[in-house]
Design a protein around this ligand. Structure first.
Ligand code: TUI
Length: 313
């Protein structure tokens, strides 16, 4: 079912990737998603290489299926995390928050599939030239670090601009979203927010509850002035960021306010002053359930939506 080019390239059953969310996407979640037929991805975030290597070794024990590691290119440990991923022969690397160009040849040499997140057409074209296997076109509906274009506008433009497969991300959490992604020309989807609410996700229960409680307007983008805008749940921290925006604060002031706040939210469960990164689709996420149930429900829903659409023609 839904066996696309992405399934063949990555050796997975369903074209569903789990976003490699910093602190949130640990070995437990990644293994659960991979075991359910999708591609589970460990989020390296700002973690040092030892931590990431440990997660990779854990995931190898928990699943014999392909998995990935997301490398956040703004990390102070990016070089050593790249080395660890290379040494551990990680099957798939996704990247975020930058241009992974200089790392591509090394991974290609050992057959690691490399799939950067791109927020715009120009980077997608550049990445194709440099030999990546696919791109993830991520719309501004996503949680965390976001670009400006919506998924609806970005995905078809990237699809038209490149010949490699495109994976759609941002604002997708059910069969309607998955069918829409296919309609826009994507060969797969990447989901983040809904997988935060997987039972196997080790994020603090307060983080999950904040997503479940959020409505359609429950998130906001903060820190645009820093050049690294981040979508988070509207909470006390978000209001503090708003205040900084009103006084035209410096990048340092934003940095000081944001420092350690993601860890506080994910690990300590500080849903008030923590950085609860989540996408605009939070309003559609209503329960905590196993990763396998999330995937099975979306596949069933996708078939139902396709049948409904067929009745229209
Ligand atoms: O990377 C993400 N989402 C993230 S990373 C993150 S950790 C963080 N914390 C504070 C500040 C910044 C990051 C939380 N969420 N998604 C993938 C993504 N990549 N979204 C946007 C981009 C992106 C942006 C610019 C990718 C490439 C890019 O290119 C710049 C260039 O050099 O061309």
């Amino acid at each position: 079912m839904f066996n696309t080019s992405i399934c063949r390239i990555l050796g997975i059953q369903y074209p569903i990737l789990q976003g490699g969310m910093a602190w949130v996407a640990t070995a437990e979640l990644a293994a659960a998603v991979s075991n359910a037929g999708g591609l589970g991805i460990i989020g390296a975030g700002n973690a040092p290489a030892d931590f990431v290597r440990n997660e990779i070794q854990k995931v190898k024990k928990l699943t014999d299926k392909p998995f990935g590691v997301n490398i956040m290119l703004l990390s102070p440990f990016v070089e050593e995390v790249i080395d660890a991923a290379y040494e551990e022969r990680v099957p798939v690397i996704t990247t975020g928050a930058g241009n992974p160009g200089k790392y591509i040849p090394r991974f290609k040499e050992i057959g690691t599939k490399i799939i950067p997140v791109v927020p715009a057409v120009a980077l997608a074209k550049k990445m194709e030239q440099e030999g990546v296997d696919a791109v993830i076109a991520e719309g501004t509906e996503s949680g965390g670090h976001v670009g400006e274009l919506t998924t609806m506008a970005l995905v078809p433009q990237v699809v038209d601009a490149v010949s490699i497969p495109v994976i759609a991300a941002g604002g997708i959490a059910d069969g309607r979203g998955m069918v829409s992604a296919f309609a826009l020309g994507a060969q797969g989807v990447q989901l983040g927010t809904i997988f935060v609410c997987a039972s196997e996700c080790t994020a603090h229960e307060n983080y999950k509850k904040a997503i479940i409680k959020a409505g359609d307007r429950g998130t906001v983008v903060s820190g645009r002035a820093t050049g690294h805008p981040v979508r988070i749940i509207k909470n006390k921290l978000a209001r503090e960021f708003e205040k900084l925006e009103k006084v035209n604060a410096t990048a340092e002031e934003y940095e000081k306010l944001g420092l350690g706040r993601l860890r506080a939210a994910v690990v300590e469960g500080d849903a008030d002053f923590g950085s609860v990164m989540a996408g605009q689709i939070s309003g559609l996420v209503k329960e905590i359930k196993p990763a396998k149930a999330i995937i099975d429900d979306i596949l069933r829903d996708t078939e139902k939506v396709l049948k409904l659409i067929n009745q229209l023609s």
